[in-house]
Design a binder for this molecule. Structure first.
Ligand code: HEC
Ligand code: HEC
Length: 260
């Protein structure tokens, strides 16, 4: 008998206790952490109409915008999330975005693209849908995450001197090949650009448009620094010094009519 109760105690300690605690952990994990199963429901409610059941961008909505420029039709489609390429990151080119990047996109939406803001969706639901989104592309399992780049704006951004230096960088780096000499998005390459998803894409027109990433100088800086992966808009993190990238911000703000 004695031996048997010892045996029972050991069984309890070795088997039952770990199983019990794992189950408890799992339950609390579901209650307090972000979770992909709940995220799938959020996705089906708010996102599936555009991004499609498989996340491949082939939802009922199909094409969202059809613009015409110089006789060419330009269409915007909801993103194929199965490829795992993201434009608006605070991470280096080629990297996956940080959770905070996805949170920003889902909360604020993307101007000029039809991707709506989901401010009315609760924070927990947004966190869950981010976890679900990570099940759509194998990149999330295969790759390590990259460091977040922090934009620290120098006080001279927007000054006349900095605008002048930025104009030189704009010329030297040939931004005009795509964005045009006056930033109207009509450079010599502008009509032949395709994005990684095979669709026609137009360079940003600084004189009219609202910035997709958001209009603060920091957001503009991040666009040059990280590039917009999948769009042909390159990263200048390696080819331009930090100060030059900030001068470029000054010139961009000037082209956009935000500084004199
Ligand atoms: C009305 C259609 C529509 C709905 C609804 C929609 N999206 Fe989008 N989404 C788009 C379009 C269009 C783009 C591509 C924008 C671009 O490339 O400029 C996009 C892009 C994205 C991106 C890529 C951002 C990047 O940095 O490249 C993510 C992530 C995303 N959507 C997530 C979601 C989630 C999550 C939901 C639901 C909560 C959602 N979307 C709902 C249309 C939609
Ligand atoms: C090969 C063509 C190409 C070159 C070169 C290029 N861009 Fe772009 N750029 C693009 C395209 C295409 C987009 C639009 C991406 C989109 O709408 O998703 C863009 C978008 C932008 C945006 C808008 C981002 C937003 O939030 O909406 C800015 C700002 C910008 N480019 C600045 C520059 C500057 C400055 C240079 C030079 C240092 C440059 N680009 C070089 C193609 C290019």
């Amino acid at each position: 008998m004695d031996g048997f109760s010892k045996f029972l105690k050991i069984v309890l300690l070795v088997l039952v206790f770990p199983i019990l605690s794992l189950t408890l952990l799992n339950v609390t994990g579901e209650v307090y952490g972000a979770d992909a199963d709940s995220g799938k429901k959020v996705y089906q409610k708010y996102c599936v109409i555009c991004h499609g059941a498989k996340g491949d961008g082939k939802g009922l909505m199909d094409v969202i915008h059809r613009n015409e420029k110089s006789g060419l039709i330009w269409s915007i489609y909801p993103r194929d999330l199965t490829v795992g390429t993201f434009k608006f990151r605070t991470t280096a080119t080629g990297c996956l975005p940080d959770d905070s990047d996805l949170m920003k996109i889902i909360k604020e939406g993307i101007p000029r693209s039809g991707m709506p803001s989901h401010e009315d969706v609760s924070k927990k639901e947004r966190e869950d849908v981010i976890e679900f989104l990570k099940t759509l592309s194998p990149r999330w399992e295969e790759e390590d995450l990259c460091d977040v780049i922090i934009a620290k704006k120098p006080s001279w951004v927007g000054s006349a001197d900095s605008v002048m230096k930025g104009e030189k960088v704009y010329k030297d780096m040939k931004c005009w090949e795509c964005h045009g000499n006056e930033g109207k998005g009509d450079g010599s390459k502008a009509n032949d650009l395709k994005d990684d998803w095979g669709d026609k894409i137009l360079p940003f027109n600084f004189t009219t448009g609202t910035l997709k990433r958001g209009s603060s100088p920091e957001n503009v800086y991040l666009t040059f620094t990280t590039g917009l992966d999948g769009t042909g808009m390159p990263s200048y993190e390696d080819s331009l010094k930090e100060d030059d990238r900030w001068h470029l911000v000054s010139y961009t703000l000037k082209l956009m009519g935000k500084v004199k």
